[in-house]
Design a protein around this ligand. Sequence first.
Ligand code: ATP
Ligand code: MG
Length: 356
Amino acid sequence: MAKGLDVGTMNIICADKGDGSISFAQQRNAFLEMESNDLTKHMLDNSKVLYTQRGSNLNVLGEDAFKFSNVFNKHIRRPMKQGIISPDEKDSVPMIKVIIERVLGAPEKKDEVLYVSVPANPVDDQLNVLYHSKTVEALAKKLGYRTFPIDEGLAVVYSELSDSNFTGVGVSIGAGMTNVSVAYMATPIVSFSIARGGDWIDEQVATSTGMAKERITSIKETDFSLGAEYELGSVQGALAVYYDALLTYVLQHLKRKLSETAPPDAEFQVAIAGGSTRAKGFVEMFENRLNEAELPIKISGIKKSRYITPGTRDSRDPLYAIARGCLIAALTKEASLEAEASQSQVAEPVGAEEEE
Ligand SMILES: Nc1ncnc2c1ncn2[C@@H]1O[C@H](COP(=O)(O)OP(=O)(O)OP(=O)(O)O)[C@@H](O)[C@H]1O
Ligand SMILES: [Mg+2]
């Protein structure tokens, strides 16, 4: 069976369609360095924690890095920044490799098809997206998968817009980036990324209010609603200001990019996904900004995966939409490869007869 892999600044998620329904394996894209001694090693081995060892240093990876960081009061390190492999973190690639291995597992058959989400070309910062994409692709290939990259925005289109013939706008707002793809019948006509997402909002609010970034992230995720009335000077008020600034900025770039192309005369549904769209009231704010932006295409509506019960695993969570889109792209590719293979099997004997 084919698989989909979403490699993000905060989460690495694999989507798999085992026996009918889609299942997800998820790890936080983070690690924590600890000193190794016999006792810690014994404890980690017993509790099946994901870790690597080099000399006297241990790196605890994924979700467990967060648990241990609270216990030992140590700082988490993150292999990715602004949607790509972090140039500031020398251990990035080996850490991402181990996390990918854990969520993907070994292929079930030779050349199993895998689609991996990659950022589209950035519009604002000179980020090295190519190096990131090639490295992530190579890591998956090394595990034995037949790997193909897909723009993160297009993965949202694949995940959410099958009812519209894969015609529409896919927007993913994650931690490090925002990715946008405008597709016509599954073919992108505009694709770009912006090096701003949830992390950018948290950093701006931390700078404006003087509070620690981790505290801001926690308030944003648990005690915040866009559109609610907040006191001037509150963290929530500042979060709303920067959410608004981010959406306005993204839509400005989308409008500019669309004005450089000649989009077909079709109706475009907009699908929004990624962890940052989980915020309450997000759809309403997005809809308002979208109406104000007056894009040069016909918009038929907005579609968002539901996010109903915080803290529970829900397959329609917008956090999983990108991995699901990668899986749908992979299943489509697998089916067309199989059709090609069976056609060439039929074609071969015909060719052989002709030669006789
Ligand atoms: N309930 C919530 N409300 C608002 N934001 C949230 C919520 N839950 C998660 N987030 C934010 O979503 C972001 C993570 O989303 P996601 O997993 O889609 O990003 P990613 O794919 O890892 O990053 P990227 O695609 O940018 O590389 C973080 O900024 C996180 O704070
Ligand atoms: Mg993402």
